[in-house]
Write a protein that binds this ligand. Structure first.
Ligand code: FAD
Ligand code: SF4
Length: 511
């Protein structure tokens, strides 16, 4: 083919043949470009499974493009960044017009806009229609709002897209939120039999990628031994069908529950497929609504699940684009501690952290409460620099792309933006973890002990945090109750807690 008229850039998290970038693709005159850049795997110290998932999914997608007969330039293992590689190609091919979908990262969006300007080419950056709410719609919704809260946004999305709304325009079941039914721990005897997640064949493409990643990124964290992520659209659809048939039924009730060696619980494990755009959130919501009727599932489970997709997922994306680049710099509490080294190895004596980090290294996955109330909670209480924490989450989870990772980490888990979209810091002591899991039973520490050798670090640091920020907590009706409990702790004990917390904070690597 002579020089194409338009070059269509498809990024590693834009793997949908029906995406807006390809809707008017003309194989006679246009060409697609996909770029594997070593820089993407290295700019944070990525988990091997995350690198492998992206590479395998991209190579499978490239195959489906070729099967359509579309011209494609696929660049493997470029030592340059995506944008540098793109620049080279634009110059080589004398491209005048570049088409792409808005990237999921602020930095990449800026960089593409800059090279288009530098090279004086026409850039058409199209909206990503893998979301219910466009960026512009979110900006309009957020304008003039005193408080940016998920609940109001979620209700609007439910009404607008007519999801779980009855014939009279009211929420199904008479309420918007069934959260109170969705917070149970597993029974005392344990979770019982949980249907295992769908399993996928490791084909030749994935095998090649796994060998490549093992060799090239041997010093990176995580393991490839349990790699079982959907890498094609067909596999992602299978994962969705399997989830709604076998695992959705108990999703709601045990959404927050944790148990040793129970890495996936009843969760959907669909985030990576959604974020790579192998699945569209609309089809996920539709499948869940169909399963609700077909299997007579509880409304609380259905609402709890849909809230995550139509609510949280859309909301955090809107917040990301609204608040970047500031969100990446926020540090409300001015925390400066470095991330303990064991976040990268799981080698700590805290049983909860050991389990959550251990499974993260094994699979590149932990469920929401493990991320928020175990690793995230500890990072906040241990006063760790938000940017180091965010880097860890971005590196270590297979579903991590900055638009979704950063608001969850900085905004939700770390309160780094001072409560821009949450009403209080999500903090908890060992008592919460004991209630929601069996972690504490096998731990060297004791969740109810506040200071001394046996004290649970979560508990010591929790009370220390409340003592330090007492004024802030007392100022808000949502958090006043938390400091009210401080009044039951004597002044002497509070001093001991503060002293013990200082010792812990000075030796975080030793926990
Ligand atoms: P399920 O529990 O089955 O939930 C269903 C779907 O809802 C998920 O697949 C996901 O697409 C969506 N969802 C649920 N909660 C959220 C949320 N808070 N924000 C956005 N979408 C949500 N999610 C990511 O996709 N990528 C990330 O990098 C990421 N980083 C996180 C970091 C922290 C500190 C925290 C607290 C949460 C993070 N989350 C992230 C959100 C959530 O933990 C994951 O989406 C979820 O655990 C993925 O597992 P699952 O597919 O089994 O989800
Ligand atoms: Fe975690 Fe504390 Fe329980 Fe140990 S005692 S598992 S550190 S909460």
């Amino acid at each position: 083919m002579k020089h194409p008229q338009r070059l269509v850039l498809v990024l590693g998290d834009q793997l949908d043949l029906n995406s807006s970038a390809l809707r008017d693709f003309d194989p006679q005159s246009d060409e697609i470009i996909m770029i594997e850049s070593a820089n993407e795997a290295q700019y944070v110290w990525s988990h091997k499974a995350k690198i492998a998932l992206f590479l395998s999914a991209m190579r499978h997608f490239a195959k489906s493009i070729e099967a359509l007969g579309y011209p494609l330039t696929y660049i493997k293992d470029s030592s340059l960044t995506i944008v540098e590689t793109l620049k080279e190609q634009v110059l080589n091919k004398s491209i005048k017009k570049l088409v792409c979908i808005e990237p999921g990262e602020w930095r990449l969006k800026q960089a593409i806009e800059v090279i288009a300007k530098d090279l004086s080419i026409d850039l058409e950056m199209r909206e990503d229609d893998h979301f219910y709410c466009s960026r512009q719609e979110f900006v309009e919704w957020s304008a003039n709002k005193k408080e940016l809260r998920l609940e109001y946004f979620y209700r609007l999305m439910r009404k607008k897209h007519h999801v779980l709304i009855d014939a009279d325009g009211n929420p199904e079941g008479g309420q918007w939120n069934f959260d109170q039914d969705n917070r149970k721990p597993y029974p005392k005897k344990g979770p019982g039999i949980i249907d295992a997640p769908a399993a996928f064949e490791i084909d030749a493409i994935t095998q090649e990628v796994l060998a490549f990643v093992e060799k090239t990124y041997s010093d990176h964290p995580g393991s490839l031994e349990s790699f079982n992520w959907p890498v094609t659209r067909d596999q992602a659809v299978q994962a969705l069908e399997y989830f709604v048939e076998y695992r959705l039924r108990n999703f709601g009730v045990y959404q927050d529950a944790m148990w040793i060696d129970t890495p996936f619980g009843w969760h959907s494990i669909l985030s990576s497929s959604l974020n790579l755009k192998l699945l569209n959130p609309r089809e996920v919501v539709d499948a869940v609504l169909v399963a609700w009727k077909k299997y007579s599932l509880d409304l609380s489970t259905i609402e709890g699940f849909i809230r995550q997709i139509l609510g949280w997922r859309e909301f955090v994306r809107g917040m990301y684009w609204l608040d970047m680049p500031q969100m990446a710099k926020d540090n409300y509490y001015e925390h400066q501690n470095p991330l303990p080294k064991w976040y990268w190895t799981g080698k700590t004596q805290m049983a909860c952290m050991q389990d959550a980090i251990g499974q993260t290294l094994q699979y590149g996955y932990a469920h929401h409460i493990q991320r928020l109330m175990v690793t995230g909670n500890f990072a906040l209480l241990a006063e760790i620099l938000p940017q180091e924490v965010s880097e860890w989450y971005l590196a270590i989870y297979v579903d991590a792309i900055e638009w979704v990772e950063l608001p969850n980490t900085a905004g939700m888990a770390l309160f780094a933006n001072g409560g821009r979209f949450t009403s209080k810091p999500y903090i908890a002591s060992g008592a919460y973890i004991k209630r929601m899991s069996n972690y504490c039973g096998s731990c060297k520490y004791k969740p109810e002990v506040r200071y001394g050798q046996e004290a649970c670090p979560m508990t010591t640091l929790y009370w220390n945090f409340l003592i330090k920020h007492r004024d802030q907590f007392e100022a808000s009706p949502r958090t006043r109750l938390m400091t009210a409990n401080l009044k039951r702790i004597s002044d002497e004990d509070q001093q001991e807690i503060t002293l013990h917390a200082k010792r812990i904070l000075n030796q975080l690597d030793d926990l």
